[in-house]
Design a protein around this ligand. Structure first.
Ligand SMILES: Nc1ncnc2c1ncn2[C@@H]1O[C@H](COP(=O)(O)OP(=O)(O)OP(=O)(O)O)[C@@H](O)[C@H]1O
Length: 270
């Protein structure tokens, strides 16, 4: 479990990026921080692996304050996926994925074998192993980023807008694959996005973040959609948007789901 206990972060120039924030990420669950730009999501995420240290308050992993841990070892024990992929451009795919296992002491052949297995895990062909990142599509690069983060079998995965830079169709399939992967791997995932639909698709629990990391609401996707705590959340989630107000229509004996404007979006299965 990851626990944020009254955490504040003040950068050098003044107003707090994050002010007195407390929440937990239960083990084996996916918690998604969603909020507008500059609300402090990345700051919160980076406090888990000590890329940022809190000005006050504590971040605990399984009851241990992360500031008592060696930052380098801590970072090697936590998977981290960034929007840009963060792959080393002059290393091949397999080398990129093998980095952390190597740093953790695996022999070169073992680390390579592990990296190839990770390619299978994230649904990439082993033929891509010797390519360089620039020779991959955006979606493939993000899969490699996920493979690299998982390569040392960390308990915790931090994901900062990992699918933000790919087109909507690839993004959907990456989200779907992450959910499938999570079903079997059961990692503790803290995921940051500004896209509420991505949060609804991925989260066991969503935390809607307002300015300065203030938590506007925490709940399951269903709770957030059906019982927004206040006007800010309702507006952010877009509870009144036509695609959130689904209706049923009958089309020659088949129940068709339409949005509020009557546009068909699917059929109902019972
Ligand atoms: N290294 C830094 N030095 C000074 N201010 C910073 C630094 N990093 C972030 N900030 C400020 O802290 C606030 C929160 O930034 P943060 O990146 O955590 O927000 P975010 O919610 O992740 O935003 P985005 O969705 O745009 O990535 C912003 O006002 C930002 O300008």
């Amino acid at each position: 479990m990851i626990e944020f206990d009254r955490v504040t972060k003040r950068y050098a120039d003044g107003s707090p990026a994050v002010a007195d924030v407390s929440f937990t990420v239960p083990s084996h669950k996916t918690v998604v921080l969603v909020g507008s730009s500059g609300s402090g999501k990345t700051t919160l995420l980076r406090m888990v692996n000590r890329m940022v240290d809190p000005t006050s308050g504590r971040v605990l992993i399984d009851d241990v304050d992360v500031t008592t841990m060696d930052p380098v070892r801590l970072r090697r024990s936590i998977g981290y996926v960034l929007q840009s992929g963060g792959l080393l451009p002059h290393r091949t795919v397999v080398e990129n994925i093998a980095i952390v296992p190597r740093l953790n002491g695996a022999t070169r052949p073992d680390a390579r074998e592990r990296a190839l297995t990770m390619l299978d895990t994230v649904g990439l062909d082993r033929d891509l192993a010797s390519r360089f990142p620039a020779q991959l599509s955006g979606g493939q690069q993000q899969r490699v980023g996920v493979a690299r983060a998982l390569a040392s079998d960390p308990n915790i995965l931090l994901m900062d807008e990992p699918f933000g830079a790919v087109d909507p169709i690839v993004r959907r399939s990456l989200q779907h694959e992450l959910r499938e992967l999570q079903r079997t791997l059961g990692k503790t995932i803290l995921f940051v996005t500004h896209d509420i639909d991505e949060a609804l698709a991925l989260a066991d629990e969503i935390i809607i973040v307002a300015a300065h990391g203030v938590i506007a609401q925490r709940g399951t996707p269903t709770e957030i959609l059906t019982r927004p705590a206040n006007a800010f959340v309702a507006e952010f989630v877009g509870v009144d948007r036509p695609e959130r107000r689904l209706r049923l229509a009958d089309a020659a004996g088949v129940e068709v789901v339409t949005d509020a404007s009557g546009r068909p979006i699917g059929t109902l299965e019972r």
